[in-house]
Ligand binder design. Structure first.
Ligand SMILES: [Zn+2]
Length: 370
């Protein structure tokens, strides 16, 4: 008779992809396969001979990188005030190309993610992701058009492209990304949001990232005023609202809307996000490099907002490994919340089912945070 040795893998948080992430949980493993899951005590009673192996901070199914810009993978890393970031991206614009996206996708695959959401700026990168991505996810076509005079023409152009790409959806689906409340004119934001909601297209918008963004929307002042003038002939009329309230009035929020960053929000805005069913992707390391502050995780959690994690691009983050985002917050937030954001929150933001770690799952799908 041949007995496979049983091991009990445990960690601070164990999440099987269903139920709630467990403290003092464990997975029973035989050979290369999961054979059981539950509390460590329960599994010790079921497998009294098994060796207990500590696997660090967390065990979970493949994580999700819910916000990348793969085509910025050849950009140098920017660290400095937020208002310098767009000029930095523009200054190195020749590096924003297909080769960068290919490099980024390789890095993403190597990091072990189960799915991803990317912001796509160029047609050839969209073609590449639709044809070549081995990972499921959403490619959000980015719209950057602050001048209201361009709204109608831009909308027609974007719609034609999106309609053509949608016919070729497979593993990768198409979404729309109006870049941010300060870089897409109000009429265009409204048109894009209405179009997305009626066509069932997911939306991803950078929002409430920096104090500069808040100042520009509320009063029209601050360093973003200068950046805006570089890209628009029409003077800016500040709506006099904070970012999430502004997006709410333009009809951007909704169950298929994902806000990225969400650093500068008050409690009423968090409630608006929760009530609308919008999800929020946090990018803590990028926020650190751009000196914008920290998102209020506890506040989001209290109001039941689904949170996900993303690395953002190589231009504001040192790598594309989303596990490092969770690590950067470890000890600052409830650990089960971070593990959920790393997995289930990400899959929900992308409209995908969360893979499960259960009897028969190969251990190659068990990921850990050390
Ligand atoms: Zn971004």
């Amino acid at each position: 008779m041949f007995w496979l040795k049983t091991e009990l893998w445990t960690a601070e948080v164990v999440y099987t992809g269903f139920g709630t992430p467990m403290l003092h949980g464990a997975l029973a493993v035989q050979g290369g396969t999961v054979v059981g899951q539950g509390s460590l005590e329960e599994l010790k009673a079921r497998f009294p001979q098994a060796e207990v192996i500590h696997k660090g901070k967390a065990l979970f199914p493949p994580p999700v990188n819910a916000h990348t810009h793969l085509d910025l993978s050849l950009h140098p890393l920017y660290q400095g005030p937020f208002s310098g970031f767009i000029p930095h991206v523009v200054a190195h614009r020749e590096k924003r190309e297909l080769r960068a996206a290919q490099r980024g996708l390789e890095e993403l695959v190597q990091s072990g993610v189960g799915a991803f959401a990317d912001i796509v700026f160029q047609d050839e990168v969209m073609e590449f992701l639709l044809q070549e991505s081995p990972l499921p996810g959403i490619a959000f076509y980015e719209v950057f058009a602050p001048d209201p005079q361009d709204a109608e023409e831009m909308f027609q152009k974007v719609r034609a492209k999106v309609e053509a790409w949608r016919k070729r959806e497979g593993r990768v689906r198409i979404g729309l990304s109006p870049h941010a409340p300060y870089s897409v004119s109000p009429p265009l934001l409204q048109k894009l949001a209405h179009y997305a909601h009626t066509q069932g297209l997911p939306l991803m918008v950078h929002a409430a990232e920096s104090r500069e963004e808040v100042a520009f929307l509320r009063t029209g002042e601050g360093p973003l005023a200068g950046v805006y003038r570089r890209f628009s002939r029409t003077p800016w009329k500040a709506p006099g609202l904070t970012p999430v309230r502004y997006l709410q009035t333009l009809g951007v929020l909704g169950p298929d809307t994902v806000l990225v960053h969400g650093v500068h929000v008050d409690e009423e805005e968090v409630r608006m996000v929760a009530d609308s069913g919008s999800k929020v992707v946090l990018c803590p390391r990028s926020n650190g490099n751009l000196q914008v502050g920290e998102a209020p995780l506890g506040l989001y959690a209290r109001h039941g907002v689904e949170l996900a994690l993303g690395t953002d691009s190589r231009a504001s983050s040192p790598d594309l490994d989303v596990k490092n985002e969770a690590l950067s917050l470890w000890g600052k937030a409830e650990p089960r919340l971070l593990v959920r954001a790393l997995t289930r929150g990400g899959y929900r933001a992308l409209g995908l089912p969360t893979p499960r770690l259960t009897r028969g799952t190969p251990i190659s799908l068990v990921h850990s945070l050390l």
